[in-house]
Design a protein around this ligand. Structure first.
Ligand code: MSK
Length: 664
């Protein structure tokens, strides 16, 4: 059968990407989109029923009742494969957190002079969570103690992860009763690898119980530490105004793209681009200045704190280079396509790898060292500037959208309650009254096998129309930013009447950008606070909320989904299920996990079904809490909405509509 080559409009719904896919097709340039068209996914591997944990296989369990050579059943094989995805995802987030702890330690000890504590209040808060006594130390002394306490969380010999106490008391009880309270971050990940070695844990449910434990070590451990440490080192985010999509690249300036996940080097590069000497150097090469933009979660990190514009999400990394306008793409860790090396060779772009953990054959490697961070950042910027004279014809699509990101959980409290009464109480009240029907956390990647941004665009629009507040991170957040949903004005255009009232009152967008992939821990923090605020139950599983990653592709997304389920959330993943081949495992992660932890994990590739199941779950939770049934006709008759309606009338009718005919 002939392979189906998608038209650009079938491969993406993002206008900037469609334009560049057309250009790539004209020029015969390969992209992830065209490679996905050319190569079908292996159905056995994608269903999770290929076992390759020993050299007697790989065993492909495609027939009814078939086992591997060792006798491993389909359930065991699918559970083991799923477990290893969680191990890789949890390791990635957590190792990212560990490196930030080392950066804080180096800064505190004076070995990393370009870094300092930017948020001393958050440092003190962290100290409280990590049982570090605040007792008159200098900021540096306290930072050192906090960094060491954070590092201990990865491998301490006894006890349990300290941040778990930030979860609602009822949730902690659920974990304790099931024996899935994570002890330390590394141990649970290592134990997944041990249990899934040939001939070890061979009971699907038992394997998956431990998976819950290891994933919790990611969400409440490694990821939460990564978020907190980034806030301490680079500042806790608050709203900033900026733009999103490839149209942020500039024709007359040196364009540098930062891509990956870590803020450590990229924060320095952002600062280096402001250096007057380097700006003069850029001018000496014919450029008007130096422009910096981001892709994936390095983008989200610098966006949230510095307002660095977003060039795009995961599937736009190659397209950025195809614009012909990128002098350097500087990458750190995770979600970086190897194809960038070959692609950048076809343009004047310099691909620079920087992490000691991630080299790409053919790329220029300038290894990052936090001890001389600014010096390295300046070297990188200089190399980018040197490429400017080699730039040929450019094709920057004229597409960009305004956005206001920066919704840390601290800022959400402030937005809803002000400085003196910072609180989530108004959010709980809005959900209880029905102005907000519920909350959806929409996160995760793009996937070359799914029409780029299509599912994000559809589900988010439907949720907003249905008065569902949407919080986002990662590449899902970038999709909504490009769609124009991250400005307060968007509430007037798309939100239902109740959600519009809330956004209007608080001056917030209907879709809140909470940060990068590790910042899903901020969503856990918000959920924990909502659960303990009162009126919406006592545990995360009581809240009318749903988590989802409709275009997921990475193992990190599976780890995030699993820790959200273990924390009590209903999670729906789009695209395909990595355990499709095992009815047993499909049942364990849905019905089985719901019975154990109150959350469940489902997969469906039907966007309408994602919306239907989400709204049904939200309404079910509302009913269980005894809240009024969702009724949008009750809302939307207050505030500016009413004034705007009145302003459309002629003056006399307006007065009569507002005050009645008092002469009568
Ligand atoms: S970057 S993990 S593609 S969200 Fe965090 Fe995007 Fe998924 Fe990477």
């Amino acid at each position: 059968m002939a392979k189906k080559i998608r038209l650009p409009e079938e491969a993406s719904q993002d206008e900037a990407s469609i334009a560049l896919l057309k250009l790539a097709a004209e020029k015969g340039i390969e992209t992830a989109f065209s490679r996905a068209d050319a190569m079908a996914a292996c159905p056995i591997g994608s269903d999770g029923i290929c076992c390759k944990v020993c050299s007697m296989g790989p065993c492909r369990l495609v027939k009814e009742g078939q086992t591997g050579i060792c006798g491993a059943t389909v359930g065991t094989v699918a559970a083991r494969n799923f477990a290893r995805m969680v191990a890789a995802g949890a390791a990635s987030h957590s190792d990212h957190g560990r490196d930030l702890a080392y950066t804080l330690l180096a800064a505190a000890e004076g070995h990393a002079p370009d870094y300092k504590v930017r948020d001393p209040a958050k440092l003190k808060e962290m100290a409280g969570y990590l049982d570090v006594k605040v007792d008159g130390q200098t900021t540096e002394e306290l930072a050192r103690e906090v960094a060491l306490a954070a590092l201990a969380e990865f491998g301490k010999p006894q006890g349990e992860i300290l941040n778990l106490k930030r979860a609602p008391a009822k949730r902690q009880e659920v974990w304790r009763k099931l024996g899935i309270t994570p002890r330390n971050i590394d141990r649970e990940i290592v134990e997944i690898m041990h249990r899934t070695h040939v001939g070890n844990d061979q009971d699907a449910e038992h394997i998956l119980d431990h998976v819950l434990r290891a994933a919790l070590g990611d969400g409440w451990g490694g990821s939460m530490l990564a978020t907190d440490l980034s806030d301490v080192l680079f500042g806790t985010p608050g709203p900033v105004f900026t733009e999103a999509n490839l149209g942020v690249l500039k024709d007359d300036e040196v364009n540098i793209i930062i891509h990956g996940h870590e803020p450590t080097l990229s924060e320095m590069i952002v600062a280096a681009t402001q250096d007057p000497e380097l700006i003069e150097y850029a001018k000496s090469k014919g450029a008007k200045g130096i422009n910096i933009a981001g892709i994936c979660c390095t983008a989200n990190e610098t966006l949230m704190r510095q307002g660095v514009p977003l060039a795009g999400n995961f599937l736009q990394q190659e397209l950025a280079i195809i614009t012909g306008s990128v002098e350097a793409m500087v990458v750190d860790i995770q979600c970086i396509m190897q194809s960038l090396a070959v692609l950048s060779d076809q343009f004047h772009t310099l691909l620079i790898t920087t992490s000691p953990k991630a080299k790409i054959t053919g790329a220029t490697h300038i290894e990052f060292d936090e001890h001389r961070a600014m010096e390295i950042a300046k070297e990188i910027v200089r190399k980018a500037v040197d490429r400017f004279p080699e730039r040929g014809k450019t094709a920057i699509p004229d597409h960009r959208a305004n956005m206001i990101p920066g919704f840390s959980h601290e800022y959400i409290n402030y937005a809803l309650g002000g400085y003196y009464r910072g609180s989530l109480r108004p959010l709980n009240d809005a959900i209880m009254s029905g102005r907000i029907r519920g909350v959806v956390a929409n996160i995760g990647c793009n996937n070359a096998r799914v029409c780029h941004d299509e599912v994000f665009r559809y589900v988010v629009t439907e949720f907003l129309k249905n008065d569902v507040l949407v919080v986002e991170t990662g590449c899902g957040a970038i999709a909504s930013a490009k769609q124009g949903y991250m400005t307060p004005e968007a509430a007037f255009e798309v939100a239902g009447p109740g959600l519009r009232e809330v956004c209007e009152t608080a001056g917030i967008p209907p879709v809140l950008h909470l940060g990068s992939c590790v910042d899903n821990s901020r969503i856990l923090t918000v959920l924990a606070q909502v659960a303990t605020e009162g009126g919406l139950g006592e545990d995360i599983c009581d809240i009318p909320a749903v988590g989802m990653a409709p275009e997921w592709m990475s193992e990190k997304a599976i780890s995030i989904a699993t820790y959200c389920v273990a924390s009590g959330a209903y999670v729906i993943m789009g695209h395909s299920s990595p355990v499709e081949g095992s009815e047993e495992v499909t049942r364990i992660i849905s019905d089985g996990w719901e019975e154990k932890v109150g959350g469940r994990l489902e997969f469906t590739n039907d966007p309408e079904e994602i919306v239907r199941r989400s709204l049904a779950h939200i309404d079910k939770k509302r009913a269980e809490l005894g809240l009024p049934e969702y009724d949008p006709t009750k809302w939307g008759k207050s505030g500016d909405w009413r004034i705007n309606q009145l302003l459309e009338l002629p003056f006399t009718e307006r007065i009569e509509a507002a005050y009645g005919n008092q002469a009568e």
